[in-house]
Each structure stands twice: as C-alpha cells, then as structure tokens.
Design a protein around this ligand. Structure first.
Ligand SMILES: [Zn+2]
Length: 197
C-alpha cells in the first residue's frame, strides 16, 4: 500500500535536482515545477498500475525480462540511450544466489552541463508468483494498493516521471543523468556490481 500523499515526494525529488541547477547558476521558479508535478500525479498512478501488474520476483527470469523490456521502452521513449546489461552473478555470489539473475536496465541521458546524476531503483520483488491474481492494483480513497508498490515499483515510476518532467521543463544542466534499474536487489544484488562498472 502507498499513501497518495507519498507521491508528493516527486516534486521534492525534482526540487533537489533543480537545486543542483540553481547551484550551477540556473535557478528555476518552484511554482511551475509543482504545477507540472501535480499534472503527473494521475499518469504516475497509471504507470504504477502497469508496473504492479507485472510479476517480477527475483527468481522469475521471464517476469523480470518482461519488466526490463517495459522499463527499457519507457526510458528510450524519454530519449535515453538504453542498454540491457546481463547480470554476472559470479561477481558477488552468495549462498542463496540463483543460477541466473535478471538483467539491469541502464539509461543514459546527456545534458549540456558537467555534473553527474544517478537515479537508482529495482524491479524485482519478494512475494510469491501467483499472488497478483489475488491482490491486483487498486485505489481506495487516498491509498493505492499493489504488490511491491512501495518496494520498489514506485521508485521506478518516480524516476520515469521525474525524467519526463525534466524534459518538459527543458532542464538539461547536467553532464549525464544515469538511470540504473536492477532485477536482483532483493537477493543482495549479486549481478549489480558488474552493472556499476
Ligand atoms: Zn526492495
């Protein structure tokens, strides 16, 4: 479950990014940013519905691939250079590490500035496959419910919409903005280390 109030996190994240710009000498007025964030609230809920409707357990390679393809498509549509990086579980193997781990999506957005921004989230989940049928995404009052909605589908959704907002605000005062979304966080990110290199 996630409180819709939590979605107000989005403008704060964006404000933090814009603070980076302000330091670089390009202050942005807060009001247009907040207004845009409010416009994104309903689309963000739709994104959450889509993400929560894909079962992507850490050991469910087919489900993880489905999620990775969706994440890659969305980031590509936002103008990112997108790569699907194979996780190498031998970099940091643990006793419970499965034979195969999900791929990481890495998207790079190039700006006109010099600073580097990294946004991280993960698409794998901990619940058992088949639970989705019993607990589909739904909104009741001011709360949204969905499997893995807080951990970490909202992280992915927030990144999509933050990048979209930056684009709509024509903000590109960064050298690179890198989005990294892995599929093995809940099992200790055994393939993650390689993706970071
Ligand atoms: Zn998590």
């Amino acid at each position: 479950m996630i409180s819709l109030a939590r979605l107000r996190f989005l403008p704060f994240l964006l404000s933090a990014l814009l603070a980076v710009a302000a330091c670089a000498g390009q202050p942005q007025a807060a009001e247009p940013v907040l207004a845009l964030a409010r416009q994104h609230e309903a689309p963000l809920l739709e994104t959450l519905r889509t993400l929560c409707s894909i079962e992507s357990g850490s050991r469910d390679i087919d489900g993880l691939e489905k999620a990775a393809q969706l994440v890659a498509k969305r980031l590509k549509a936002l103008g990112g250079e997108v790569e699907l990086v194979d996780g190498n579980k031998d970099v940091y193997p643990m006793a419970h590490t499965p034979e195969k781990v999900g791929r990481t999506v890495r998207a790079t957005f190039r700006g006109t500035g010099s600073r580097k921004i990294l946004m991280l989230a993960h698409m794998d989940t901990v619940y058992l496959k088949g639970t989705l049928e019993k607990q589909p995404f739904r909104i009741e009052g001011d709360k949204a419910y969905g499997l893995a909605i807080a951990d970490d589908k909202q992280g992915i959704a927030t990144i999509f919409h933050t990048v979209a907002m930056l684009k709509e605000l024509k903000f590109d005062d960064y050298g690179t903005l890198t989005v990294l979304i892995n599929g093995d966080e809940e099992i200790g990110s055994p393939g993650w280390a390689q993706s970071m290199t």
